[in-house]
Design a protein around this ligand. Structure first.
Ligand code: MV4
Length: 506
């Protein structure tokens, strides 16, 4: 047991702010770190102390583990919270932090390493008796090996890089003819991206839902789950909207998935907050372990809203050596929460980043609304980092109420000076498929298509109006014996338009 009085947050943006707030709640003092691009950032302003790490690129600032540990030692911090991204899943960093006598707020390095590679994670899950997607547990040796293995499982298959993330090295292979080149491509992409060319095969699950279970463990061997998050709405493997509970999960499926997730956590002697990802088949509700994320996730607030548990506070308590403040029986899922990730990107031009100064900012508030932001009016969105500016969450007694509140919040939200993804969310909240909870990993493509169809129909209607107007004008001129460039007055035009329509003229 070791009381934590001072925490260094090895991160930036909204998650640094989120962690500073939890520290404030707990009476813990805070140290921010920042790059030269972030000297005016919100997290720096909010922390009790702040240390500059170096130039803007992450590799020269937020990824400098040694420099961060040095600052932590100098300022006498008890623990380091890594947030998500950057050093949060770097086992060597965890070892270095611990070796310096500082606590790391996160899992042991062995758990990180076990779950770090997809092949290793699959082996652990299989060993724990958890269902995994049918496939191999060794890297493919050659294209011939791939062909033979794919034949055993049956097409379509997925090729995946063991070191992969963000869909890198992943290939969908519909049939035999595509396999050889897909294998070569996957392998060279994996090598180039991760310096590791290990690629394996899984049977492809068609239009799966992406559902993840929040787990929590302490150093006393207690492991619990906090229900699921539905994360099927993604764009190029970046989550866009998340919610809890999933619109299709019932208490029975939640218990089943939760039990499997807890088995995975136990198998790696997990400590702290973690997430076990599953693919769920819509066809028969079968589900398969995909991977485990050994960090606090971006979308953790939706779980906080439906469970009433402060996950960051709990992380800190666990790092102090306390037992979990709740048991599995205490966990109740109540109501419904939705999160929209608001990005400084332009949905109108292929989601290009839209950095710059935020000239005006009005953040929504009121009943059932929570906005976790990392910016303020007058702040700059930098080109150097992830351009997420806030996570807008709403809570309601059921999904419909959470959607209604999200519509209200999105109407209130105003960001001036840069482009954001707010207009996209305003449209999705009106989409009949979204509102019906019919979600899968192909949702956004379907949404774009529905939108295009609607636009096409609108265009068609506009063209028809123009055709009728032109015909009316021609008819009017002919009837009145006027020249082809003479104009017709408004009221008179209506009359002729009516007549032209009646006579079926175009
Ligand atoms: C799959 C799959 C279908 N079958 N694996 C994408 C990211 C990576 N974490 C796992 N991914 C997938 N793995 C099998 N065997 C479909 C996807 C997938 C996906 C998964 C979750 C959310 C969005 C997705 C979009 C496309 C593909």
């Amino acid at each position: 047991m070791r009381e934590i009085k001072k925490i260094l947050i090895a991160n930036r943006g909204e998650i640094a702010v989120r962690i500073i707030r939890a520290c404030r709640d707990m009476g813990i003092s805070t140290v921010a770190v920042y790059s030269e691009a972030d000297s005016e950032a919100l997290h720096v302003r909010m922390a009790d102390e702040a240390v500059c790490l170096g130039p803007p690129p992450s590799s020269e600032s937020y990824l400098l583990g040694d420099k961060i540990i040095e600052a932590a030692l100098e300022l006498g911090v008890d623990a380091i919270h890594p947030g998500y991204g950057f050093l949060s899943e770097n086992a060597q960093f965890v070892r270095d932090v611990k070796a310096s006598g500082i606590s790391f707020i996160g899992p042991p390095p062995e758990a990180m390493e076990g779950m770090g590679g997809k092949i290793s994670a699959r082996k652990i899950a299989i060993g724990a008796g958890v269902p995994v997607v049918p496939g191999t547990t060794e890297p493919l040796k050659s294209a011939e090996d791939a062909l033979q293995t794919a034949g055993e499982f049956g097409f379509p298959v997925m090729l995946k890089a063991s070191a992969g993330g963000g869909g890198k090295g992943m290939r969908f292979v519909a049939d035999e003819s595509e396999l050889k080149s897909a294998f070569e491509n996957s392998r060279s992409e994996a090598k180039a991206s991760f310096g590791d060319d290990a690629v394996y095969i899984e049977k492809a699950i068609l239009k799966p839902r992406h559902i993840e279970i929040q787990v929590f463990s302490d150093t006393h061997g207690n492991h619990v789950h906090l229900g699921e998050r539905e994360c099927s709405i993604q764009r190029r493997h970046q989550k866009v909207i998340e919610e809890s509970p999933s619109p299709i999960n019932d208490a029975d499926l939640r218990e089943k998935m939760g039990r499997e997730a807890v088995k995975v956590a136990k198998a790696v002697d997990y400590v702290g907050a973690g997430t076990v990802e599953f693919l769920l088949s819509d066809v028969d509700k079968s589900f398969y372990f995909l991977e485990m994320n050994t960090r606090l996730q971006v979308e953790h607030p939706v779980t906080e809203l439906v469970t009433g548990i402060d996950l960051v506070r709990e992380q800190i308590r666990v790092a102090e050596g306390n037992e979990l403040s709740f048991t599995q029986a205490d966990v109740r899922i109540r109501g419904h929460a939705i999160e929209c990730r608001v990005y400084a990107e332009d949905p109108e031009s292929g989601y290009m980043p839209s950095p710059g100064k935020i000239h005006r900012l009005r953040v929504p508030a009121g009943n059932g609304i929570r906005d976790d932001g990392g910016v303020y009016e007058g702040a700059e969105v930098s080109i150097y980092y992830d351009p997420m500016i806030s996570k807008l969450c709403t809570y309601g007694s059921d999904r419909d109420e959470a959607i209604e509140r999200m519509r209200r919040a999105l109407k209130e939200y105003f960001v001036g000076g840069i482009k954001t993804t707010l207009p996209l969310f305003r449209e999705i909240m009106e989409d009949p498929e979204f509102c019906a909870g019919r979600l899968d990993t192909a949702f956004l493509e379907g949404f774009e298509e529905r939108k295009k169809k609607n636009t096409d129909r609108a265009d068609h209607e506009v063209l028809e109006e123009i055709a009728v107007a032109a015909a009316a004008l021609k008819y009017a001129r002919r009837q009145k014996g006027l020249s082809s460039n003479s104009s017709v007055s408004g009221p008179e035009y209506s009359k002729w338009a009516f007549a032209a329509r009646r006579e079926g003229l175009r």
